[in-house]
Design a binder for this molecule. Structure first.
Ligand code: GLN
Length: 487
């Protein structure tokens, strides 16, 4: 086997009809992953993958194996994995090996999924291009001198390049949906509080969620079914929402559904005409399929960025205080404890992480707290209220995922503001805690464009339904990058 099957469903058919074994699938995935030319992997663990594949084959032989049994997958290296190094893309975690796995990893293990290794990312998931990784940038398989998006760039690329059948990422302001858009795959961020973060390196705790990258909408739903659900170790999962069958409405179509098109999402500075064209064509597809399109207004969209860049650095500066050379990873000894902290953090963190620590500490400082953090929380409430009002009228929102296609490596590294603007369509969704998915909707100048579908909290089923209807009506999800074939 040289190429992986196109979807989890196809792979499952091969496994269940005995046309391929889990070990053969794993070997094919490992061979492709070792030939990866995009710097997408930080760590491949052949022995571990083979061991898991052998036990998956055992389960498959006995029948009634779960749907992900024997499916090779990739894990963003910010998600903790027992006995396997976890770096968060940072030098400060060098040498750190977790003593336990994240709940999401345990849940995939329990299904018999086969983890190949850990994928590259922006340091502590801070970035939109993967250029902030301490281990070098990730390249886009559609065009190797372009970024794949970030921060989960490695996870997006291994799926786009056919090295793994699905991957996990994390999304704090767009880090699953934006790289999915820029690499032409499906990427999904669940409702805040639906997926346990136990064992995931914390970035901004009121925004972070784990979610899947996949080749198809159905595959993304399959992975969500495996990782969703309450975990006593995660106190943010207050609502014991019933774990519904996320695939139930995949074939229901959009006839009669009301889809909102936020007008502010087409009026931002820097929106590329090719992106707008592809998204408008997608809107026409929905209309043809029987959906009712309604223009809606999300007038606070512009403020999303400002709110995010207060709340996120403030939370990050608190979360990252624990990396001080005492418990985790790197320690650079100094003459006294304070100097040890200083040297460890000075050497261990990269420039973007330091920028955010400084911004966050400033916003949290007594005297500034009310002016920045409290104000940002108030605006956050208004943003959520505006979405609530819109979702009284529509079933889902359809928007571009990112205003641009993949940009050249290096193009925005010296302009943090330009970089932050990438997330203008994705981060309000995190601020409001809503579920969102990006699916491929065509090419602009040969590079993928992503279509974002956002639903109300806990309405993942509707979101998947809309996405699946589009996927069925078009061929865009079948496009694959030419450079993906190993040299
Ligand atoms: N690009 C955004 C940032 O740099 C979002 C990152 C994320 O979702 N992890 O913070």
């Amino acid at each position: 086997m040289n190429e992986l099957p196109r979807s989890i469903r196809e792979a499952g058919d091969l496994l269940r009809s005995r046309k391929a074994s889990a070990l053969e699938l794993a070997e094919a995935a490992l061979a492709r992953s070792h030939a990866d030319r995009f710097n997408a992997w930080l760590h491949l663990d052949d022995d571990y993958a083979r061991k898991q594949a052998r036990s998956a084959d055992e389960r498959l032989r006995h029948g009634d194996a779960p749907v992900l049994c024997g499916i090779p997958w990739a894990c963003k290296d910010i998600i903790g994995t027992k006995a396997i190094p976890t770096t968060a893309g940072s030098k400060i975690l060098e040498g750190y090996v977790p003593a336990y796995s994240a709940t999401v990893v345990d849940r995939l293990d329990a299904q018999g999924a086969v983890m190949l290794g850990k994928t590259n990312l922006d340091e502590f998931a801070m970035g939109s291009s993967n250029e902030n990784s301490a281990f070098g940038p990730v390249k886009n398989p559609w065009c190797a001198d372009r970024v794949p998006g970030g921060s989960s760039g490695g996870s997006a690329v291994v799926v786009a390049a056919g090295e793994a059948l699905f991957a996990l990422g994390t999304d704090t302001g767009g880090s699953i949906r934006q790289p999915a858009a820029l690499t032409g795959v499906v990427g999904m961020k669940p409702t805040y509080g639906r997926v346990p973060r136990w064992g995931v390196v914390a970035f901004a705790s009121s925004l972070d969620q784990v979610g899947p990258f996949a080749n198809t909408v159905e595959d993304a739903a399959i992975v969500c079914e495996a990782i969703f659900g309450k975990d006593p170790n995660d106190a943010t999962m207050v609502e014991d929402f019933p774990n519904d069958d996320l695939r139930q409405d995949l074939d229901a179509g959009v006839k009669g559904l009301r889809l909102g098109v936020p007008k502010e999402y087409f009026a931002v500075k820097g929106m590329e005409p090719g992106v707008e064209r592809a998204v408008r064509e997608a809107l026409a597809v929905f209309e043809k399929e029987g959906a009712k399109l309604e223009e809606v207004s999300l007038s606070l969209t512009d403020h999303g960025l400002a709110v995010y860049y207060i709340i996120q650095p403030a939370e990050a500066s608190a979360n990252l205080a624990r990396y001080d050379g005492v418990r985790f990873g790197l320690r650079v000894e100094g003459p006294d404890l304070v100097e040890t902290y200083r040297r460890t953090r000075g050497r261990g963190f990269g420039p973007e992480v330091k920028r955010r620590m400084i911004l966050g500490t400033y916003a949290l400082a007594a005297g500034y707290y009310d002016a920045y953090c409290v104000k940002a929380q108030k605006v956050r409430t208004l943003i959520k209220a505006e979405y609530d009002r819109v979702f009284d009228k529509v079933d889902a929102l359809v928007t571009p995922t990112s205003p641009t296609v993949a940009f050249p490596i290096g193009a925005k590294v010296n302009d943090p503001l330009a970089m932050y603007l990438n997330d203008v369509f994705t981060l309000p969704v995190n601020i409001a805690g809503l579920p969102g998915i990006s699916i491929p909707c065509g090419l602009s100048d040969g590079l993928p464009v992503g279509l974002q579908i956002v639903a109300n909290s806990y309405r993942e089923r509707t979101m998947f339904r809309v996405a699946a209807a589009y996927e069925r009506a078009t061929q865009h999800h079948l496009a694959r990058p030419k450079e993906a074939v190993p040299a």
